[in-house]
Structure formats: C-alpha cells, structure tokens
Design a protein around this ligand. Structure first.
Ligand code: PGA
Length: 232
C-alpha cells in the first residue's frame, strides 16, 4: 500500500517543515509506504526534516528536458539534487488548467523515470466524459501513452471526485482499477475525496493499491488516520 499526500498549492517552507516534523513523530503503520508531495519551494525543507525516515518526498510535476529555456519548469535532475524521491505527473488540475496533454504527460513520465525518480502518473475521466459513457475510452487513451516500469505507479482520479466530497463508490474504483491493471502492470492508487472515514473501504478493494490524497493530507491527524486505514 502506498499513501501519497498531494498538497497542491498549500504549505510554504515553514508550514511544510512543521507538518513534516509532526508527521515524523506520528504513529504511522508498518507496511504502508507514505509520501508527501509539497510545492517546489517547500521540497528542500521536507527532504531535510524527513531525512533518515521512511517517508518519501515527491514533487508535483517535472519537466522532460535536463535544462533549457523553459520558464517556470523544473527538471528531474534538479529534483534529484534536492533529494526528492519521485514526482506526480499529469494531475487533472495540470491537464485542466495548464494545458497538460497525454503527450506531455508521457514525456514527463519517461524523463522522470530515466532520471531515477519514481512517478505517480494520474489518469481519470471528467464528469461529462463519465455521463457520456466515455470513461473506458478516456482511461484507455490516457494509459496508452505510459509504459510499465518498476518505479511507475498510476493514480486513478475521477475528476468529478477531486475536491468535491463526491468519492467514487468502491465498486466504481475497483472497476476502473481493474481496467487500468489490464492495460498496464503497475500498482494503481485511487484519488478523489479520500478521507479517514472512507479510506478503509476503498483500500479494501482488491485492485486498489493505495491512495493519492489531496485535502485530507493537509492535516497530520487525518493523513495519519488514512495511512492507518490502509493497513487494515
Ligand atoms: P482530494 O484531491 O483528495 O482533495 O479530492 C485528490 C487529488 O487531487 O490528488
């Protein structure tokens, strides 16, 4: 089981350091891999505070070039230099608001893996796509650009469930995960309004290998509770 906290654009360096100190001292279960994904500016503090622990630090994105004229972007090598362990790629907010496409997601994923980072690549349909019966087509298309790798994890995040409080039912998650696993042989995390009170049921589905948690990962107590629920 892997539980990853996607902080999005929350927690600057001092908040991140304080959170990581509390997380370091929290009672986290054995057998569950735990990672946090702070904004770029807070990565160094998170790495420093969590050094020597089992908790990994991931970025939220990563460019495919080693370096170059790409204002506002950060490369995998730069993240490695900081001691960052992996990165999220292709989050639906990047696809929705920042023009991320299947092609750029593929390039980012490939480059990050080649540079030695672990990758959580996100896929998932919008509400309109689900209502139009296109869920399977969308998932197939988004997954088709990814190649299995021992350092790759896919996160299934139905866009209609992100930050909305509308969690996918365990059956919807299970069906989507089973489809993804039939296309690519990697662990699959569920993301979208995972909370302490729904985590155990979602994590109990056979094709669910963990969670990518947004809002509920911003508080140490609720994040630790989700990690604990993942073990049971
Ligand atoms: P949420 O976000 O848990 O706040 O719905 C999940 C995500 O976007 O990764």
């Amino acid at each position: 089981m892997l539980i990853a906290g996607n902080w999005k654009m929350f927690k600057g360096p001092s908040d991140a350091a304080a959170f990581c100190r509390d997380l370091r001292d929290a009672d986290l279960p054995d057998g569950v891999d735990v990672v946090v994904c702070p904004p770029y500016v807070s990565l160094a503090d998170a790495v420093q505070v969590l050094a020597g622990t089992e908790i990994g630090v991931f970025a939220q994105n990563c460019h495919w070039a080693e370096d170059g004229a790409f204002t506002g972007e950060v490369s995998a090598g730069m993240l490695r230099e900081l001691g960052v362990y992996g990165t999220i790629v292709g989050h639906s907010e990047r696809r929705q608001y920042f023009g991320e496409t299947d092609e750029t997601v593929a390039k980012r994923t490939e480059a990050a893996l080649a540079a030695g980072l672990h990758v959580i690549a996100c896929v998932g349909e919008t509400e309109a796509e689900r209502e139009a019966g296109e869920t399977e087509t969308v998932i197939r298309r988004q997954v088709s650009v990814l190649d299995a790798d021992e350092s790759l994890v896919v996160a299934y995040e139905p866009v209609w469930a992100i930050g909305t409080g509308k969690t996918a039912t365990p059956q919807i998650a299970q069906d989507a995960h089973a489809l993804i696993k039939s296309l690519i042989d990697v662990p699959v995390l569920y993301g979208g309004s995972v909370k302490p009170d729904n985590a155990a049921e979602l994590m109990g589905q056979p094709a669910v290998d963990g969670a990518l948690v947004g809002g509920a990962s911003l508080d140490v107590e609720s994040f630790a509770a989700i990690c604990t629920a993942a073990r049971t």
